[in-house]
Design a protein around this ligand. Structure first.
Ligand code: SF4
Ligand code: SF4
Length: 398
């Protein structure tokens, strides 16, 4: 149900009514499914149903006087449930979001800082671009960096900012490097030449920033010869698969989980160590709801000896967002000031209820978010958060 890109290329709020999306708005039956399914709908003065109603009547400007869209975490829940298949998250809310930030009297400082950092340093954390590939020095296997060895390569691994700089993201990177090497994949990374993809939601806040990052990354890609891109970040996957394609990106990008599943027959005999844990899996909004990868992560977990998979109440298309998308990573302080429950706090309660002792994830935002929520709730002795690649790597060790 991903929107046809040609249908929205160049569309703005002024021209939306002449586009196929604008015509779809008129089919809204005001059922309220979108607002009812929105994890933050109760905190929005204008939840999605009301925004569509205002759009129908050309009155959407009213939304810009509120912070409603600041509370949208790009979780795709409304869009995937709409009986009229209106592209809420992908198109309409994005357009409204961009105007919201332009018209906000004060942008929340954390978000402002993340946007500025992306401009200045190529990552939202404000880390030095020269340190982006430092984690490679701690890798258990050699990693080829294209600027040092620019020969053609089969797979370009787009590492992304959180994995490159965050200590827990680096744990996942080391695991991925080991798995790719064991699978004899011909891979390389961009190293310090890489800059943030821009994160699907973050891109929508600032079109100038979006264009700068898209131009930069597409120019870097064009320097090297490779057949496909992989990434462990579902937000980067989403950005390349959706936003970048609007700017002419034609590459093929795959998330690391489906990529590893392509090699499952070769991988399985290497998974010798029984882990002896009960695990529950959190569906990432971008990987699951928007890109349809629900079963591949589960199949990979089931291939690990001694792991018992148990489901949370909300799973697959009904997953509960961790709250990190759409700029949410940089809005926790703002949400707290609005007395809003952190979505990661809501989610870990469901995870604990399963009785599992491992919460398995596939997104670099989720590890720090869920680890913090478990700590705050006092559950950090009961449950640990692991990227699926870490679990695969553990099962490979003898
Ligand atoms: S779910 Fe779709 S049809 Fe129902 S109110 Fe929302 S936009 Fe309209
Ligand atoms: S994308 Fe998610 S957070 Fe945003 S309006 Fe839709 S349901 Fe709410």
């Amino acid at each position: 149900m991903i929107v046809e890109l040609d249908a929205i290329r160049g569309v703005s709020l002024d021209t939306i009514y002449d586009s196929p999306e604008g015509k779809l708005i008129q089919t809204c039956i005001q059922c309220g499914t979108c607002s009812g399914t929105c994890p933050y709908g109760e905190y929005m003065e204008y939840p999605p149903r009301r925004i569509i109603k205002l759009l129908q009547h050309g009155l959407v400007d009213k939304v810009f006087d509120t912070d409603s869209m600041l509370k949208c975490v790009n979780c795709y829940a409304c869009m995937m449930k709409c009986p009229r298949e209106i592209h809420l998250t992908e198109v309409l809310l994005q357009l409204v979001k961009e105007q919201t930030v332009i018209k906000l009297p004060v942008v929340p400082p954390e978000l402002q800082k993340a946007l500025e950092n992306n401009y200045r340093y190529g990552n939202p954390m404000g880390e030095s671009g020269r340190k982006r590939a430092n984690w490679v020095q701690t890798s258990p296997v050699p990693i080829r960096i294209l600027s040092q060895n620019p020969e053609p390569v089969d797979v370009l691994w787009f590492v992304e900012s959180y994995p490159a700089y965050h200590p827990r993201g680096q744990d996942t990177c080391r695991a991925i490097a080991k798995i790719l090497t064991a699978l004899e994949v011909d891979f390389a990374i961009l190293g310090n030449e890489e800059k943030s993809a821009g994160e699907c939601g973050l891109l929508s806040w600032e079109s100038g920033l979006a264009e700068a990052l898209v131009d930069y990354n597409m120019a870097i890609f064009s320097k090297y010869k490779f057949n496909r891109i992989i990434t462990s970040d579902p937000h980067a996957l989403d950005a390349f698969n959706f936003r970048y394609k609007m700017y002419g990106f034609k590459g093929s990008i795959t998330h690391i989980v489906p990529f590893v599943m392509e090699h499952i027959d070769k991988l399985k005999p290497m998974l010798k160590k029984s882990l002896g844990h009960s695990v529950t899996y959190h569906d990432s909004c971008c990987l699951g709801r928007h890109n349809g990868y629900y079963e591949e992560p589960r199949e990979l977990l089931k291939a690990i000896p001694g792991l018992k998979l148990t489901e949370m109440v909300h799973n697959r298309i009904n997953t509960l967002c961790c709250g990190g998308g759409g700029g949410g990573m940089w809005l926790d302080t703002y949400f707290k000031s609005q007395n809003m429950e952190r979505l990661s706090d809501r989610r870990i309660k469901e995870a604990i209820d399963t009785g599992a002792d491992i919460l398995a994830v596939v997104c670099p935002y989720e590890i720090p978010r869920f680890e913090d929520s478990l700590k705050v709730a006092g559950y950090d002795k009961k449950m640990v958060v692991k990227d699926i690649m870490e679990l695969v790597c553990e099962a490979m060790e003898d």
